[in-house]
Design a protein around this ligand. Structure first.
Ligand code: SF4
Ligand code: SF4
Length: 149
């Protein structure tokens, strides 16, 4: 797949017919998670609205599904085309959001669209009762507080 970290203008006719699909999100590379804390950080990302995380060709990305403010919803053109950022200039429509068949053609190795999905994945990686342990810790703390009173 073409990396979704790059954005385009509308230099070709194809882009002129498009509603600016590639200008409606920002996908950024993140460090490969290695331990519980790293996966828990990703779970935290996913608790926020319009955030997804995916793994593509061994690299992890956070996908912020927010439209660029420069995309016109009237004619779907970039309103700062001449000074658009480097990422936009470098993006190709050879295999972009429009020219790929659909989202599934990206064939992500992993794709998390909710914290629940990450929680299930963490249970597979760290054991099915891994969140039970967190809850037990919380209960213990509560008991200690009560005793002190
Ligand atoms: S999704 Fe493809 S066709 Fe649409 S604006 Fe972006 S590069 Fe052009
Ligand atoms: S700056 Fe222009 S080309 Fe780049 S993402 Fe925004 S609308 Fe698209």
């Amino acid at each position: 797949m073409s990396k979704k970290v790059q954005k385009t203008g509308y230099k070709k006719n194809l882009c002129r017919k498009c509603t600016g699909l590639c200008c409606r999100y920002a996908a950024l590379p993140i460090e490969t998670p290695e331990d519980w804390d790293d996966y828990d950080d990703i779970r935290w990302y996913l608790y926020h609205e319009n955030i997804e995380v995916f793994l593509d060709e061994g690299d992890w990305y956070i996908n912020i599904k927010n439209k660029c403010i420069n995309l016109s919803e009237t004619d779907y053109k970039c309103q700062i085309y001449d000074i658009r950022p480097r990422i936009c200039r470098g993006y190709s429509d050879d295999n972009c959001d429009l020219t790929s068949d659909d989202d599934s053609s990206y064939e992500y190795e992993l794709h998390f669209t909710s914290p629940g999905q990450m929680e299930e994945y963490m249970k597979i990686k760290f054991g099915p009762k891994v969140f039970d342990k967190l809850e037990k810790k919380k209960k213990k703390k509560k008991k200690k507080k009560k005793k002190k009173k």
